[in-house]
Write a protein that binds this ligand. Sequence first.
Ligand code: NAD
Ligand code: UDP
Length: 332
Amino acid sequence: MTELEGRAGHRRRRVLVAGGAGFLGSHLCARLIADGHRVVCMDNFLTGRRSNIARLLGHPRFTLVSHDIVRPLPDVGPVDQIYNLACAASPPRYQADPLHTFKTNVIGALNLLELAERIDARILQSSTSEVYGDPEISPQPEGYRGNVNTVGPRACYDEGKRAVETLFHEFRQQRGVRTRIARIFNTYGPGMSPGDGRVVSSFVVQALAGADVTVFGDGSQTRSFCYVSDMLGGLMALMDAPDEVCDPVNLGNPTEFTILELARIVIAALTSPSRVCFVDLPVDDPKQRKPDISRAMQVLGWSPKVSLAEGLGRTIPYFAACARQDGQPLLA
Ligand code: NAD
Ligand code: UDP
């Protein structure tokens, strides 16, 4: 193995991970370090947590830059690849400051694209299934243009992400920047913030505490849940794919569940005394979500491997440990 090769035998790179202290970002930083790369993690700790990257702080190939990507970027030196994972993903969190969410998406991505152009780095955007809004077709292929409310409570996120796809497309067309766009569907696993309000974290935390599991609406809306290790594999395969793979690629697990089914699965997995309670459905909550992953299978040779049962089996102990470490119940 030469100096330039990492453990996995490929070239050692210097990689910037914006949003690297978040759920997906911290797993990605850890994976890149394990593969022998150098990592610069940039985060403003809006939803990211130091505990997510605690094991990386002090590592000689890991650098933390506390910074909000909406502001002009500091000099981070040369990097080969940039992953843009910076943006709160939980609806209550991104709706708490919609203007900042929109700015993070658009201005933050613009800052990172300009950096990528200046230093000739490849750049990947974490887009989202939310670009399909409340879809009229299922499963959703990349060619579907979506059904998004431009002025609803989710618009700061959905429309911000849609605008970023346009920015990426034009930076590639006009400036020759090597871009990648991943449309990520619901992803879960250890490292999620217990209080972030997303459905898997909420249900597991509630069931662990024996509290009511809060199903929004009648629970007939569907989601498709991808385990974090599968998602990382997809993101890294996309980043390393040939430059021709510049159009958006769906990444997610196509096995679809209703939210009521998920509630029952979580309660059963924990043999919890919790009961399901039904509360109001948030405005513009999408009715269904199921990725068509044909493109990812074809161009990346990628498909998810971890079932929901298996993924929950790996996730539940993490939330249980969170409860124990805090010494506090996870529910206020
Ligand atoms: P997360 O909220 O756990 O992580 C986001 C990270 O970005 C946090 O560390 C946060 O502090 C940081 N951040 C937010 N605004 C920032 C700013 N202006 N400047 C610097 N850092 C900022 O979310 P996640 O689940 O890890 O999602 C990562 C990315 O993937 C997000 O862009 C999200 O939109 C996208 N995504 C995630 C999912 C999912 O199910 N997890 C689904 C679709 C898309
Ligand atoms: N949801 C729910 N109870 C909760 C949190 C979420 O029923 O405590 C529902 C939510 O209304 C949505 C689905 O679960 O239909 C997924 O929500 P999440 O916030 O995880 O992500 P989304 O896919 O909506 O961005």
